[in-house]
Every structure is written in C-alpha cells, then in structure tokens.
Design a protein around this ligand. Structure first.
Ligand code: TXA
Ligand code: MG
Length: 342
C-alpha cells in the first residue's frame, strides 16, 4: 500500500484534516498526532476500519480501544450516562490527556470494546486531532499508532517506522508534547479508579474528587489469565528489543553498578547531567526532578536505543508518585518488572 505523509506545518491543518476525513469516511485508517502519543484512527461506525486497526497493529482481540471526541455533544449516543463526577473531571481536564470509562450504548460496537459493556472516551486537546475528528464528523476509535508491544510513537517518524506501507496516511504534526498515553480512569463505580497512570496524576484528580484511587493492578505484573478491569494491563507493553533493567539508587551507586555490570552493547538511560559521572555509553531521558521532561522523551529514547542496537539498558529509575508515576509505570512494564534496588 502507498502511504502518504502530510506535514501540517508545510501543507496546512485544513488539507491534513480534509484528506484524513476523506479516508476515514471511506472506512480507511490514518495515523494522527495527539498531545499524548500518535493515534491510529478509525471511524467508530466502520467495522471494516476497526478490524483493520487491530490487524495492522497486531493487537490482541481482547484489548479495547479508546473513542476520541471533539465536543461534549459527541458523548450523546455512545455512553448511557455521564456521572456527576465525570462532568467535574471533564470540566477540569477536557480537552486533554484524560480518558474516562463509561457504560456504553448499543451504538458502540463490540469491536471497539471487545465485548465489554463499557467504553473509554477521550477529548484530545491537540489541534490536529481535533480538526480531524471535526472534519470526519464522527467519533474516532484510536489506539496508539505503534505495532502492538512496541513503545508508543511520539513522532511521525516513529509511525513511519512501524506503519509505512500498511496504512494510507500519516499526518506529521511534530513531536507529542506529553509523550506518554492518557490517564485512564474508570467512572463506572462510586469513585474514580485510575487504570493507567498518565501525566494527569492521582493527586490532581483527588483535588477534584478526593476518594479517587489507583487500581492495585496498575504497578504490578498481571498474569495472562487474570481478570482485570483494564485488559491493557495484561500485555507486555512499551517493550523495546533490548533488555531493560530498572535501577533504583543514588547517582553514585548507579554509576558504580553499571560500571561493574557493563558488557559490550550495554547503555545507561539517565537524567540530564548524569552522563559525566557514568562510564558507560549513556542517553539522558529527562531532568531528575522533572517528570514532564521524562514523559516527553521516555518512548523516543527507548526507540533510539533499539535503533542503535543496544543489547541491554540500565535505567535510572524515576520517582514513583505524582506525575512521575506515568513514567515509572511505563519503564517498569518495559523492564518486565525487572528491577535492582541499590
Ligand atoms: O493517550 C492515549 O490514550 C492514546 C492516544 C492515541 O489517545 N491512546 C492510547 O490507546 O493509548 P491504546 O489503545 O494504546 O490504550 C488504550 C488503553 C488500553 O490499556 C485498554 O486496555 C484501555 O485503554 N481500555 C480501552 N477501553 C477500555 C474499557 N472499556 N475498559 C477498560 N480499559 C479500557
Ligand atoms: Mg497502546
């Protein structure tokens, strides 16, 4: 298949949105930028396109996808009700990197929800994502635009590397500001439960709804046959080809540990400024106390390490709470929960 690449900076937002919408209306799928990561979008009303999304990504058939909207009106018809708590969160965080899970109506196909009676919905803030949804005129189902298992794509180049020749259009809207996927929160119970941490943290959500919590399954290994609220938790995600080990400890101990354990092809993933203290080849992925900068770069650095053929990567572990939970969670999963505490 021929893949077209449209750069919004050169070709304009309107041309990008119109081209994407034309394809989406014909039941085709397209990669689009959002503020979190790139998404692989399909009309929620095209079964053919929805199935193509799973096929192209190699996504397990029991991992549901998120529906993207560009106005609150679009919730009508796809969710049974919008609980009061959800309205409060929408008021504060939409448009933005928050996904909420609602009870679904019959209009939402089982292909999107994998047979569950709930649907995940997000109202992205990225101007390109918004323009594409508006032009298409329907909500768009979109998982991250990577091959299943690979780190999520945060630039159009990442989409090119995974999807070139497999989809008709990739829209290049530059690098994604947030860099990790949205916070996923279930709104179907009596209090919000975070099923996937993102840059909107538990603490920020608790400012609005104090009894919000993080699902206990989020930061641990989940067995393949285990029944969990979010099927995504079962899969090894974000996994680069190289082996990842998460190392917790001071810069001095970290430097000592990697020096002692170094073999040819090993790299360190560290914080800005750490490189001078570390004797093995190292790539920084953000500022030590700056979760936003870590989130922005973490997937890009994992992909870079694969490109240069890294065999093993020792990662200086980020903090585990606040905004950093999003980063720490992705790295723990990339490491398959392999960690060293110094
Ligand atoms: O930031 C994002 O959320 C990006 C951009 C493209 O919007 N999308 C994204 O989609 O990360 P995806 O498919 O890679 O991740 C969707 C996650 C999965 O972990 C899935 O299991 C969960 O959301 N999910 C979707 N529908 C669900 C539902 N009804 N109940 C529980 N979890 C659900
Ligand atoms: Mg994904």
């Amino acid at each position: 298949m021929n893949t077209e690449l449209i750069k919004t900076e050169q070709d304009g937002l309107e041309r990008a949105a119109e081209t994407a919408a034309g394809l989406l209306r014909k039941g085709k799928i397209v990669a689009i930028p959002t503020e979190t990561v790139y998404g692989l979008a399909a009309s929620i009303y095209s079964e053919e396109a929805l199935r193509e999304v799973y096929r192209v990504k190699g996504r397990p058939q029991d991992n549901p996808v998120i529906v993207h909207i560009s106005s609150m009106d679009m919730l009508d018809g796809i969710v049974k009700e919008v609980p009061h708590n959800a309205l409060l969160l929408a008021e504060r965080f939409w448009p933005g990197p928050l996904t909420m899970i609602f009870r679904k109506t019959d209009r939402v196909s089982d292909t999107i929800t994998c047979g569950m009676d709930t649907v995940a919905v997000r109202f992205p803030s990225h101007p390109v994502a918004n323009a594409v949804i508006k032009a298409a005129g329907v909500p768009l189902a979109a998982p991250s635009a990577n091959l299943s298992g690979k780190p999520s794509p945060t630039t159009a180049e990442h989409c090119v590397s995974d999807l070139w020749g497999k989809i008709p259009l990739i829209i290049d809207g530059g690098s994604c500001e947030v860099g990790v996927e949205s916070t996923v929160v279930s709104m179907t119970g009596d209090h919000p439960v975070i099923l996937r941490p993102g840059i909107i943290s538990l603490e920020e959500i608790q400012e609005i709804i104090p009894d919000a919590e993080v699902s206990e399954a989020v930061n641990r290994k989940v067995g393949e046959d285990e029944k969990v609220q979010s099927p995504g938790l079962k899969y090894r995600h974000y996994a680069p080809e190289c082996k990842v080990t998460l190392v917790k400890g001071s810069l001095e101990r970290f430097a000592e540990y990697v020096r002692e354990n170094y073999a040819d092809g090993d790299y360190a993933m560290c914080f800005y400024g750490d490189e001078d203290s570390i004797d093995i080849p190292s790539i920084p992925y953000g500022g030590r106390d700056d979760a936003r900068s870590q989130a922005h770069s973490v997937f890009a650095v994992l992909r870079q390490l694969d490109r240069i053929g890294a065999k093993r990567v020792f990662v200086r572990a980020p903090e585990e709470s606040g905004e950093a939970m999003a980063v720490s969670n992705r790295l723990m999963r990339a490491a398959g929960f392999d960690e060293v505490i110094l």
